[in-house]
Design a protein around this ligand. Structure first.
Ligand code: C2E
Ligand code: MG
Ligand code: MG
Length: 738
């Protein structure tokens, strides 16, 4: 029943389609068994498979399970005629091709068969070639139909897909004709720009383009025939439909890609344009924010250092050209750190923002106010004719800040220090002008703040020296450049050393010995004093311990503390711990503080001194008499000694002549305080002091501050300290120890 025979003739389409869709099944329906057997031989081709049966009933039974490419159907069959099968096929919407084969010579039968859907009709007796042609034809036609159907199905699916993609695309997709008018636009246009699609048809694309951007696109759209064959990309702003403008503005920035639409015959002739426009507003906004952030200060939204420098450079270039002048102001908020530390950063931020707003309000439109960082602002005044112009603005700035600023903790009166540098007088580059304005500002800070000052070249050298000193001081401790020298305090009555004052020395690698008067204040200002004081304490204690180990009994050693040391909470613990570590008797130890420390008790100085005194440590007021000498604080602060300042000693001319010293000795007696006179240089002073009731002295007359080795020698031979005095006394024939 099934037989496959090679045949030389292979129609192309049948071959390809056969492999495509598997085999061509052919059903032979004939009641003549010998015919049924013959057909497969006659019609054999590669890919053809034959089934056979003898009745309509059997044929239907097969068709119910099997699909055929072709049915060779005998017209007259034992159970019914072929038309019945044709009807069945129609009824079951089958697409098998049918060739009716019949001995009927009536044309009616053929017509009826063809009407009912048969594809061809072969009349018996027929020539084999005739049958073969009919079969080839029917199969070929069937195959074509099938391929066609498949193709159109695929096309439909693909069209559906593309339509879906285009219509639901988040991009604006459109086509234009050769005159640049819309021929298609996807529904996105409504959501993006607010236009109805239909309203745009046949209207020029350029009606959507913002006027400022027209020239970017005009050339590309108006003569599309001159477009190059390649796509183009351009960034444009498209306008929203009137009335649909929203919070995002009246236009949308898009990146438009256009692809020329070419004719099929001639791929150089452009007949229109495919366009895709992508909304890039978000990206644009992000770009703007990023570039804003790169050039502005986040807190105040003012230009930052980078933008300020840029503008200043530009202004300098312009001033150069028109030989004009300009001014740079450096503004630093006074006591800002105090607000930040006391009230917290949030309050500090409020303060900075308020100051920024007030400064802005005093400036003109062309001026640039920038925040360099922290509490530093700069102003560029590009139109200055004379220094007075800048002066007027500086005064305005100071005035603008005079009304108090409300912080959540209360009112704060902000002041600023302003330095001004002028171009071309004070510098020719942005860097130089800013630096010089900074130097001038710094001078204002040093001389009382809340004022302005112009740059003065002399300031500059001093400033540079100071900066260098600061930097060197930072590394002085690490590089072991600090030393302690000692100066004895002697009792004339007892002819012995009652104390040693430790005095700090800095051996600067280039400058040599730098006196403490030069660097202690710097150390205080740059916050290094805490470390330095700790070093002094440690050094002095270990020195005393060392002397003791050699069998000596060193006298009381005093060290000088700075007001800043009392702002540290742990000063008491630091000192007592250090003494304990070196197993020193606290009574052997004295602190020298200045009157200024006691002027206000913000850091709880009184209670700290109380603790130190309770621990057995002596406290002396240094340079007594130069400050406020208020008796009230002597009651409040538990000190143990007063040191008469050198300046009073220097003025001593004869006995009993100095009312201040008399007063001080009186105070010391009244409060039961020890008394030491500083800066005693000659015998006359010593005698006068003695007469005034002060017999403990310190000064060059006995010894200059000297190295620990020298101090060691004094401890062994204290008499040596009195040699000069004794010699002078012998000359004047006075007995000072009497
Ligand atoms: P001071 O505590 O009043 O120290 C006395 C100063 O007078 C010393 O100056 C000393 O050398 C000087 N002097 C002593 N006898 C005479 C004299 O007969 N004639 C003259 N003309 N001067 C005399 P020095 O060592 O330059 O110290 C200056 C100031 O530096 C000190 O004044 C003290 O306030 C401060 N200082 C010194 N060492 C330290 C330290 O370790 N820490 C702190 N915070 N300050 C220190
Ligand atoms: Mg001192
Ligand atoms: Mg002193």
């Amino acid at each position: 029943m099934v037989s496959l025979t090679e045949h030389a003739f292979r129609p192309q389409i049948e071959g390809t389609l056969a492999t495509d869709a598997g085999n061509f099944r052919i059903l032979i329906v004939d009641d003549d068994p010998s015919l049924r057997r013959t057909f497969p031989h006659v019609l054999a081709r590669p890919g053809r498979v034959f089934d056979e049966c003898g009745t309509i009933g059997e044929a239907i039974a097969r068709l119910e399970h099997e699909h055929y490419a072709l049915i060779l159907l005998d017209y007259r069959l034992p159970d019914a005629n072929g038309l019945a099968l044709l009807d069945w096929l129609v009824e079951h919407q089958r697409d098998e091709a049918v060739i009716i084969i019949s001995g009927e010579d009536a044309i009616d039968a053929a017509i009826a068969a063809l009407r009912r859907g048969a594809d061809d009709y072969v009349r018996k007796p027929y020539h084999v070639a005739q049958l073969q042609r009919a079969v080839d034809g029917a199969l070929h036609k069937g195959a074509l139909e099938k391929a066609n159907k498949l193709m159109s199905q695929r096309l439909k699916a693909s069209e559906r897909l593309h339509r879906y993609l285009v219509e639901s695309s988040p991009d604006l997709i459109f086509t234009l004709d050769s005159a640049g008018r819309f021929t298609y636009v996807n529904p996105r246009v409504k959501a993006l720009l607010g236009y109805d699609r239909s309203a745009l048809m046949r209207r020029p694309f350029t009606t959507l383009v913002m006027p400022e951007d027209l020239d970017r696109i005009d050339g590309l759209l108006s003569q599309p025939s001159s477009l190059p064959g390649e796509s183009f990309s351009v960034e444009l702003r498209l306008r929203r439909y009137r009335g649909s403008a929203n919070a995002d503005g009246d236009c949308v920035t898009v990146s438009l890609t256009g692809i020329p639409m070419l004719t099929q015959e001639d791929d150089r002739r452009v007949v229109g344009l495919y366009g895709v426009a992508r909304d890039i507003s978000e990206r644009k906004r992000a770009e703007e924010i990023i570039s804003f952030q790169a050039y502005h200060d986040q807190l105040t939204h003012l230009p930052n250092r980078v933008l300020f420098k840029d503008r200043l450079e530009l202004a300098i270039a312009q001033a150069h050209r028109r030989t004009g002048a300009l001014a740079v102001m450096f503004i630093d908020v006074d006591r800002f750190k105090l607000v930040n530390d006391t009230f917290g950063h949030a309050e500090g931020d409020v303060l900075l923002r308020t100051i920024a707003a007030r400064l802005s309000a005093t400036l003109r439109r062309g001026d640039t106010l920038a925040r360099l960082g922290g509490d530093e602002f700069t102003v560029l005044l590009p139109d200055i004719n004379q220094p007075e112009d800048a002066e007027v603005i500086a005064r305005k700035v100071l005035d603008a800040l005079s009304p108090p600023i409300s912080l959540s903790q209360g009112q704060f009166r902000a002041t600023v220090s302003i330095g001004v540098a002028l171009f071309p007088r004070d510098g020719s580059t942005a860097e130089e002008l800013t630096r010089h304005a900074d130097v001038a500002m710094y001078q204002v800070k040093r001389s009382g703040k809340n004022a302005y000052r112009f740059f003065d070249p002399d300031l500059n050298t001093r400033h540079r020296d100071r900066i260098a000193l600061e930097n060197d001081l930072r590394s002085a401790l690490a590089r072991n450049e600090l030393e302690l020298h000692y100066q004895p305090q002697v009792s004339l009555a007892e002819r012995r050393i009652v104390g040693l004052e430790a005095l700090l020395r800095w051996q600067h690698p280039v400058l040599g010995q730098v006196p403490p008067a030069t660097f202690v204040q710097v150390a205080e200002e740059v916050g290094l004093i805490g470390d330095i004081s700790a070093w002094v304490l440690e050094r002095a204690c270990s020195q005393v311990a060392q002397w003791r180990e050699t069998g000596l009994t060193p006298p009381r050693v005093s060290i000088n503390l700075s007001a800043h040391d009392f702002h540290r909470a742990n000063i008491v613990a630091t000192i007592t711990e250090c003494l304990a570590r070196h197993a020193l008797d606290p009574a052997q130890f004295e602190l020298e503080i200045t009157e200024s420390i006691m002027m206000n008790d913000t850091a709880g100085v009184a209670s700290k001194l109380q603790e130190l005194r309770a621990a057995g440590i002596s406290v002396a007021i240094d340079d007594f008499g130069t400050g406020y000498s208020a008796l009230a604080y002597l009651q409040k602060f538990p000190v143990s000694a007063l040191k008469i300042d050198r300046s009073f000693v220097r003025d001593l001319e004869g006995p009993m002549t100095n009312p201040i010293i008399s007063a001080i000795t009186g105070i010391a007696r009244g409060f039961e305080l020890e008394l030491v006179a500083e800066g005693v240089e000659n015998e006359e002073q010593a005698r006068a002091l003695r007469a005034l009731g002060c017999e403990v002295m310190q000064g060059y007359l006995f010894a200059r501050p000297a190295s620990p080795a020298d101090a060691h020698r004094w401890l062994i031979r204290p008499e040596s300290l009195f040699e000069t005095l004794d010699a002078a006394a012998a000359e004047t024939q006075t007995d000072l120890s009497a």
